[in-house]
Design a protein around this ligand. Structure first.
Ligand code: NAP
Length: 285
């Protein structure tokens, strides 16, 4: 049996086992692979990586608080993991441990499946954490025309500053008040802060959307609840909205593709996730 794990602390809340095991079952691989939660405290990473190297664990998703620290233990980092400055997926390749970040491809595919063409857009990212940097990577990769990145506190992460410098004058840093000012001219606005998430100011929107144009695509990478207050407000202003569910499903599917080398049943993953969120009352509608 090949063991796949999501490693973090806390890890009890993770929905990854639910969607991965449903996919493995539907792929006919549940006799070969099982996916479990694995609580590893800070300071326990070395033993965990030894288990990966020894083949006891075949692949892993990485969550808080290990996404940055685990990078030091990898033989190789993908360009996405390096640029974002965080690893959320580990797989083996040619005897090496590879640290990857599938949030970038997850965001990109979630936009693609909605038929949203990012090229040429004027885009705004709210937040500057790991999720924001993954979205930023995806937007830069897709050739958006201009990016405004707005954060509560001044941005210091070198990955963002480097990416901005590489991208030149089409990238603008501002605070949340600045975001409100620039809002009317945006084609795309992405919330990557946890504001609106279950347990994190669930009744709030990170910025007021009164000035948003009705033609703007508004997306939230928070997925619990599915329809956040931010997205509800955007809908009220006539905007097209995209939830964070697509990104979650696609980042998971990209990881499972790397571990199994097989095409992954997205519809099964999405259906399993949506049924769970509905059952728990997290649809947010
Ligand atoms: P993170 O690295 O901790 O970054 C959090 C960001 O949000 C920071 O820029 C922080 O600003 C800002 N922020 C936090 N609280 C705020 C508040 N009260 N008001 C304004 N700004 C605030 O977190 P992350 O890993 O990027 O995750 C952020 C959210 O995205 C989480 O809800 C996570 O579940 C979700 N996510 C979803 C997916 C998906 O697949 N759908 C993938 C990744 C993440 P400061 O710099 O000022 O602290």
């Amino acid at each position: 049996m090949n063991r796949l794990v999501v490693v973090g602390d806390p890890v009890e809340h993770s929905l990854s086992p639910l969607i991965h095991n449903a996919a493995l079952d539907s792929m006919g691989l549940s006799d070969m692979y099982e996916y479990r939660k694995m609580r590893v405290e800070r300071g326990g990473l070395e033993d965990f990586v030894a288990e990966l190297r020894g083949g006891i664990i075949a692949g892993a998703n990485v969550t808080i608080p290990h996404k940055v620290d685990v990078m030091a233990y990898m033989d190789r980092l993908t360009v996405q993991a390096r640029t974002v400055g965080a690893v959320n997926t580990i797989y083996g390749e040619g005897g090496e441990l590879v640290g990857d970040n599938t949030d970038c491809i997850g965001f990109l595919r979630s936009m693609e499946e909605e038929g949203i063409v990012l090229r040429g857009m004027k885009a705004m990212i709210l937040g500057a954490g790991g999720g924001a940097r993954a979205v930023l990577y995806a937007l830069v990769d897709q050739g958006v025309r201009e990016i405004t990145l707005a954060n509560r506190t001044p941005v210091t992460h070198t990955g963002i500053v480097d990416m901005m410098e590489r991208h030149g004058k089409n990238l603008r840093l501002t605070d949340l008040d600045g975001a409100v000012e620039y809002l009317p001219e945006m084609d795309l606005v992405v919330n990557t802060t946890p504001v609106g998430m279950k347990g994190k100011h669930i009744r709030e929107s990170v910025i007021p959307l009164d000035r948003v144009s009705s033609g703007t695509v508004v997306t939230d990478i928070v997925y619990i609840p599915v329809t956040t207050v931010f997205l509800k407000e955007a809908k009220n202003h006539g905007c097209r909205t995209v939830t964070g569910v697509g990104m979650l499903v696609h980042q998971g599917a990209a990881a499972l593709e790397r571990w199994t080398g097989r095409k992954v049943p997205l519809t099964v993953m999405r259906k399993t996730l949506m049924e769970y969120l509905d059952r728990e009352g997290y649809d947010g509608k």
